[in-house]
Ligand binder design. Structure first.
Ligand code: ME8
Length: 517
């Protein structure tokens, strides 16, 4: 039986249009999902939209439309974006779906039956933009002396009857969870941040609202709707069929990996495991919080109007190019800055020159000089073996880094081989061997083909469309592109007829704003 792997993106608020930040998280999850599938895992990959709460209700009211109409429109934008980005999600959840209402109400009942929910009165600060409650001590002052959340969001005073979850009782159990599972949160710096937050003490949290109605009704008291975060977090088990705890839930929940931005770590690493433990359900296996993207040095914001539309990026630079850039430019976990110069540098320097040319040079050489027939290898030299053994060792390095979500390290290991292969071509100089030693030339071309086969199979999660083309050009059958097909046992056979080579990574011309082949 294959091993299971469950990966989720945050579900995105439908008050806003998708931008490059959302694309980043979703692409990272897609790369992970594709990598695991190629590695033989049974993968479930979930994304979707977060549609309830005051923020969405307010956005709909501002537009003068029904909340559900806004949700329908904007949820579709996120669904379309997933298609534009070539995302391989298995499900797309909307929190306004019936399956989700049932799941949230079942979880609420469990928390209530287990004695972890009580009715009281809430009086405190709330930021609609963050959908979060803040203590007085956390607030800062704005330019006009107004109170602001630590995120800069405006806050309002809220006083209403509310259900509470007894989070304060979960401090020791959460600390025990972190102690027993040092990989529960990645990267390490975020683990430490969460650990010290919980160590500092927890307060019970308000989990229902009465002053608006755009939410899931609290079972048995429909004056209240659930706080949008308890509703949102539950999506991860709804999609596995909860409250049915068999079938997909039983297979995938023990292997749950949540990918989130650093802004929502507290919800995922403190509230969510506490809710689950209180409902006698196990916490997810791991939560990874990545960094934040700015644009040409500035925070993306509606008021600056500088949020980058991923559709525009795909049209401008190409899909595989963006996927590669986002995961290559910044060590995953750190913040990053998007700039035209940076993406152009990666496209031209690495994809077009280093990988694209490597493949094009020897493939067109075979096309021109050997009628497009892949030669067989003769005796291998030490240098041939060195390059091939670097290829054979690559998958283990990639696996190790991928399990830590160190995408940049995966790419760096692959690129070490790309660079070694370019060095090998320059040194072996097949164009000279053509005259001096045609048999040796054939061996060199064969070693290059085997090397590029390895690179292309391992690069599939990052640049799937270009790698499909490249593997086609190496005449690798579509059912021979899994990680089990790597290595010597499945090496290419001399005598294969290769199709006419075509470039897979065009250059990006910064001035003209267009790629040129
Ligand atoms: O928080 N850089 O939804 P949201 C990197 N509905 N990532 C970014 C980013 C940026 N500049 N901006 C956004 C919510 N993101 C809740 C989640 S989950 C149960 C509920 C990404 O629409 C990043 O993943 O505000 C961040 O966590 C997420 O979008 C927030 O999306």
């Amino acid at each position: 039986m294959s091993k299971a792997f469950y990966i989720t993106t945050p579900i995105y608020y439908v008050n806003d249009k998708p931008h490059i930040g959302h694309a980043y998280t979703t692409i990272a999850c897609d790369v992970l999902a594709r990598f695991k599938r190629l590695d033989g895992f049974d993968v479930k990959f979930l994304t979707g939209t977060d549609e309830h709460g005051q923020k969405v209700a307010k956005a709909a009211a501002d537009k003068g439309i029904e909340a559900i109409a806004l949700c329908d429109q904007n949820s579709k934008n996120f669904r379309d974006l997933a298609a534009t980005l070539g995302i391989s999600n298995d499900d797309f959840i909307r929190t306004t779906e019936e399956r989700h209402v049932k799941s949230c109400q079942a979880l609420w009942k469990r928390l209530e039956d287990n004695g972890h929910i009580y009715l009281d009165k809430y009086a405190g600060w709330y930021a609609v933009r963050d959908e979060a409650y803040y203590d007085e001590a956390e607030l800062t002052k704005g330019p006009n002396g107004e109170r602001l959340a630590p995120t800069g969001a405006p806050v309002e005073w809220v006083e209403e009857e509310s259900y509470f979850f007894n989070l304060s009782k979960w401090q020791d159990k959460l600390l025990a969870l972190y102690d027993a599972n040092p990989n529960f949160i990645g990267p390490k710096s975020r683990f430490n941040e969460v650990y010290s937050f919980v160590k500092g003490g927890l307060r019970d949290i308000s989990i229902s609202r009465t002053t608006f109605s755009w939410g899931i009704p609290v079972p048995g008291n429909d004056k209240h709707v659930m706080y949008v975060w308890i509703d949102a977090l539950t999506n991860y088990i709804t999609a596995l069929g909860y409250p049915n705890e068999k079938d997909e839930y039983a297979t995938f929940w023990p292997e749950a990996h949540h990918m989130v931005g650093k802004d929502i770590i507290r919800f995922h690493c403190v509230y969510w495991p506490a809710f689950l433990m209180a409902a006698d359900l196990p916490p997810p296996k791991r939560v990874y919080a990545h960094g934040w993207w700015t644009v040409e040095g500035q925070k993306m914001s509606k008021s600056l109007g500088n949020a980058i539309d991923p559709n525009h990026m795909v049209a401008e630079y190409g899909l595989d190019q963006i996927r590669y850039f986002l995961l290559r430019e910044v060590p995953f976990g750190n913040d990053g800055d998007f700039s035209e110069a940076a993406i152009a540098g990666r496209i031209n320097g690495e994809l077009a020159n280093e990988l694209g040319n490597l493949a094009q040079r020897f493939l067109s050489f075979i096309g021109k000089n050997l009628d497009g027939v892949l030669p067989a290898a003769g005796d291998l030299t030490g240098e041939d073996r060195e390059l091939l053994s670097a290829c054979y060792g690559l998958v283990d390095q990639c696996r190790g880094a991928m399990d830590r979500q160190a995408f940049h390290e995966v790419l760096e290991s692959i690129w070490n081989v790309v660079r070694a292969a370019n060095g090998y071509v320059d040194k072996q100089a097949p164009w000279t061997l053509k005259k001096t030693d045609p048999e040796r030339m054939k061996t060199v071309l064969y070693v290059l083909a085997e090397t590029v086969r390895h690179i292309a199979i391992l690069m599939q999660p990052f640049t799937p469309h270009a790698m499909d083309k490249l593997l086609d050009q190496l005449a690798v059958p579509t059912d021979k592109r899994m990680f089990t097909d790597l290595g010597e046992a499945n090496a290419l056979q001399g005598g294969l007829v290769l199709p006419t080579p075509q470039g897979v990574f065009p250059r990006y011309d910064v001035k003209a704003g267009k790629g040129t082949a």
